[in-house]
Ligand binder design. Structure first.
Ligand SMILES: [Mg+2]
Length: 318
């Protein structure tokens, strides 16, 4: 790609606005050097953002694409109860991509990076047929304290942060050809990684298991059930539904980046953590009592198995 060096210089210049004291050496050598606090473990997560699959240039402003790209990684760090340190960004870019797009993308990503003190500390650039952004986010957590998916026990209550289905509802509008203003307050375009909530739940030792809802409640709860060897029951009228959404989207829509966690029945869970609403939506049960991992109690009082549908990628909807 022509101008690769210019772009790398630009990224380096812009990345200087994001800092984290754990980064001893960022962009500028063969490797970044990270310094973990003694007694801490390193968290690493990686996510791919592909044009046409995760975003469309005609729907998503470049700043929103950059914001969403970093949110995916930060949300994973939040789901472990970790503190983010540094991110690494590898880009595949079409030769005819306007520089303004790249600028907007980096600005969107770095605004979020500064907000959560995560340093852009390395990456790579190559030419590609469509925009490809691969992000690695690192974080730290006290040794042995990361909240995993595997800790849920029968009798635990299931909680979620915020409200669900809002991102999928916006996506549905976009697919229907409606013009949606990509405002900062629309969580489809600018989702918030729940780092403060994750950190609080880890520090307070309230959560027995945790995951971020990236693929949809039904799919992500299934991951917790499978890793913990348990089943679960959801109470349909307890699920917090986003303003523009419905129960179907709240259960199966993806990309809300809220947290789902479990806690013992007796644990005192605040109704808000760091200003984010916490809602109890169900209960963990013994796996052998059920034929399917997730049951749902409907308004009619009937319990039925919940299919795992989850997030359908743009590509599959075309
Ligand atoms: Mg995740």
């Amino acid at each position: 790609m022509t101008g690769e060096r210019t772009l790398i210089h630009q990224i380096r210049r812009m990345a200087a606005s994001s800092t984290n004291s754990a980064v001893k050496m960022g962009i500028g050598d063969d490797c970044a050097i990270l310094r973990l606090k003694p007694g801490f473990e390193l968290l690493v997560t990686t996510d791919l953002c592909l044009e046409g699959v995760h975003f469309r240039r005609s729907w998503h402003p470049p700043a929103a694409v950059g914001h969403r790209c970093l949110t995916r990684g930060l949300s994973d760090i939040a789901a472990m109860g970790g503190e983010p340190l540094a991110c690494f960004l590898s880009l595949g870019l079409p030769a005819d991509l306007p520089p303004a797009w790249m600028n907007g993308f980096l600005r969107g990503l770095l605004v979020l990076a500064r907000r959560y003190k995560v340093q852009l500390a390395g990456g790579d650039v190559s030419s590609a047929l469509q925009i490809t952004a691969d992000i690695v986010v690192t974080g730290q957590v006290p040794s042995g304290a990361a909240v995993r998916r595997s800790g849920a026990n029968p009798g635990d209550r299931i909680y979620v942060t915020g409200s669900l289905g809002g991102s999928a509802a916006t996506l549905k509008q976009l697919f229907a050809g409606k013009a949606v203003k990509p405002t900062k307050s629309n969580l489809h375009f600018y989702p918030t990684p729940r780092l403060e909530v994750g950190n609080y739940l880890r520090q307070s030792r309230l959560a027995t298991a945790m995951i971020d809802i990236s693929d949809g409640l039904s799919v992500d709860l299934r991951h917790v059930c499978d890793e913990s060897g348990v089943a679960s029951i959801l109470i349909s009228n307890k699920v917090p539904i986003a303003k523009n959404a419905n129960l179907e989207l709240a259960l199966h829509g993806g990309e809300d980046y809220e947290l789902l966690f479990t806690a013992p029945k007796r644990a005192k869970i605040p109704s808000q953590i760091a200003g984010v609403a916490i809602t109890q939506i169900g209960e963990i049960r013994n796996r052998r009592d059920y034929s399917s991992a997730i049951q749902i109690l409907g308004d009619n009082g009937k319990v039925s198995p919940l299919p795992q549908r989850g997030w359908e990628h743009f590509a599959r909807q075309r």
